[in-house]
Design a protein around this ligand. Structure first.
Ligand SMILES: [Zn+2]
Ligand SMILES: [Zn+2]
Length: 329
């Protein structure tokens, strides 16, 4: 029976700190392991903030991957383009209710392609993150401690989150359960998919011949970051062969049987369970839980405070909410 203690978590953290991000992910995903690492959960977070001050968290994408759920933690063949692993990534998208209208357009917000969008309060979002970072090793025995968490983000998304601590106070590095912090933008640089440390989602996914849809949606961004990290870290396992010794991505090696595009399409069509909390319907114009913004019958509602504001972007945004839901007090 495995027990997790803060000392064991600290030791694991120190051990991993010596390794590059790409190696940590590859070890976690594919190496036989009997240590506490086998119990770790990989969590990718992508935050999106309003474009204008005062900056508010408007959306958050979260993906989780639980190694123990895949063949009881024993390594498996990743399959073409890591489909056998990516299928186990659980993806969700949170919209922070009070701030949803800040990024709204006439057609609403960009759609989420990999699961369910839920509307939550800021407290609800923080509570969920807290729960993700404190998962018991054994539900029946709380004294066995918490499962380790490998936290991943993309590029400066985490840094911006730290800087906006006052608006949304969440920093995973503060939790003792965090045993490693990975950057999905650095992993492809480490495995020589690109030379750059700042390559975009579009550029990186293009290297794997994957089309990008609505990356502005934080839920899609979290999933794309996870896909980039998996495919980059497992590059040689997925693509290398005698004819392709450098492991160039494409329909090569173990991934020759199908196109990456069809693997991603299957992930989009794969039924993803909705999280057991938060509402899936919310209108940020009138505050109703009975319809979504695009179906709102109250199209004449306008926030007079924003309508009379000096800033042009506030004037343009006035029709997306009524005065009672305005964040400018
Ligand atoms: Zn409405
Ligand atoms: Zn307003």
């Amino acid at each position: 029976m495995s027990v997790s203690t803060s000392m064991k978590l600290k030791n694991l953290c120190n051990l991993l700190a010596e390794k590059p991000n790409c190696d940590i992910l590859r070890i976690y995903l594919s190496r036989h392991d009997t240590s506490l690492l086998r119990h770790a959960i990989l969590v990718t977070i992508h935050r999106r903030w309003s474009a204008n001050p005062p900056y508010r968290l408007t959306e958050m994408g979260i993906t989780t991957y639980d190694r123990l759920e895949v063949n009881q933690g024993q390594p498996i063949m990743p399959g073409p383009h890591a489909q056998n692993l990516l299928r186990h990534v659980w993806s969700l998208h949170l919209i922070i209710r009070p701030y949803a209208h800040l990024e709204s357009t006439a057609s609403g917000l960009d759609p989420f392609h990999f699961g369910t969008t839920i509307f939550v309060s800021e407290e609800g979002a923080l509570d969920l993150l807290h729960q993700i970072w404190h998962q018991p090793m054994d539900d029946q025995r709380p004294s066995n401690g918490f499962r380790p968490i490998i936290y991943m983000s993309f590029g400066d998304n985490d840094r911006v989150g730290k800087a906006r601590k006052a608006a949304f106070d969440f920093d995973p590095t503060n939790f003792t359960t965090t045993i490693a912090v990975l950057d999905a933008q650095i992993i492809p640089q480490q495995t020589k998919i690109t030379r750059r440390a700042d390559a975009t989602f579009e550029y990186l996914l293009q290297q794997f011949k994957i089309s990008v849809f609505h990356v502005e949606n934080a839920g899609n961004a979290a999933m794309y970051a996870t896909i980039i990290a998996f495919l980059s870290a497992l590059r040689f396992d997925l693509y290398a062969s005698l004819e392709n010794k450098v492991g160039k991505p494409g329909r090569k090696g173990h991934s020759s049987s199908k196109a990456a595009r069809s693997v991603i399409q299957a992930l989009m069509e794969w039924p993803t369970p909705a999280p057991p909390f938060g509402g899936t319907v919310y209108c940020w114009r009138c505050g109703s839980d009975a319809h979504n913004f695009v179906e709102c019958p109250n199209t004449d509602l306008v926030c007079s405070r924003c309508e009379g504001a000096i800033h042009q972007w506030r004037k343009e945004n006035a029709g997306t909410h009524m005065e009672g839901l305005c964040v400018f007090r």
